[in-house]
Design a protein around this ligand. Structure first.
Ligand SMILES: O=C(O)c1ccccc1NCC(=O)[C@H](O)[C@H](O)COP(=O)(O)O
Length: 211
């Protein structure tokens, strides 16, 4: 299974991610987040090529600002984690791959939520509804995905923690995991906001992809 490590703020840690088996590094471009990347790194540092796919996470940002960051930081993908409309996603998707995030709570009909975005996004991400926009450290009920016709590859996110490899491998076998593209990890793998415990990350990825 592919893994995205989100909320990166330390360049030395970003440089190690590929070696640990991660496929994506997520950077939060949301000033209210404790993981706001521009508080730690500048755009020239972010622009640096390394072997990891860079995902920029935005929350209700102006489209021009998003596209400027895509260009300045050479982002491979944009994750829209706020209340962005399909029209807005369509505009961004003209320039870069778009992942639309949905924050779920009990009884949400995922199929109904994603429908307007089907033609204007490349992938979806399912996270947990909480007070802020993301990084809650809380899981949603994966059973919400059961019987839903999602129709696009998706990231599974929200409170995923070091011991979850077994449950994720079980989940992967279920029909509702059809379309599972990658696992997104964040706050449960941190020693402090934005600083990852790389030992835990490595162990998680190794176990996830082991027999
Ligand atoms: O992580 C943040 O601080 C954050 C803030 C605002 C919007 C999105 C944010 N994170 C986006 C992610 O993709 C997280 O990995 C996702 O919310 C799951 O986080 P966690 O529950 O901590 O694993």
């Amino acid at each position: 299974m592919r893994v995205k490590v989100c909320g990166m703020t330390q360049m030395d840690q970003v440089e190690k991610l590929e070696e640990l088996g991660a496929t994506f590094a997520g950077f939060i471009f949301y000033p209210k987040s404790p993981r706001y990347v521009l508080r730690y790194l500048n755009t020239s540092q972010l622009k640096k090529e390394n072997n990891i796919n860079k995902v920029g996470v935005f929350v209700n940002a102006g489209a021009d600002e998003v596209l400027q960051m895509v260009d300045e930081c050479r982002l491979h993908m944009v994750q829209l984690h706020g209340d962005e409309t399909p029209k807005y996603c369509e505009r961004i998707a003209d320039y870069v791959s778009v992942v639309k995030a949905f924050r779920l709570s009990d009884n949400d009909s995922i199929e109904w939520m994603v429908k307007p975005y089907m033609e204007v996004c490349d992938m979806f991400l399912f996270d947990t509804m909480g007070v802020g926009y993301g990084g809650t450290g809380k899981k949603f009920d994966w059973q919400l995905l059961k019987g839903q016709n999602i129709g696009k590859p998706f990231f599974l996110s929200g409170g995923i923690e070091p011991g979850d490899d077994t449950a994720l491998k079980e989940f992967e076998k279920q029909p509702e995991a059809n379309g599972l593209f990658a696992i997104d990890i964040n706050s449960r793998f941190e020693s402090s906001p934005g600083v990852k415990d790389l030992k835990q990350v490595k162990q998680f990825i190794t176990r996830l992809n082991g027999q």
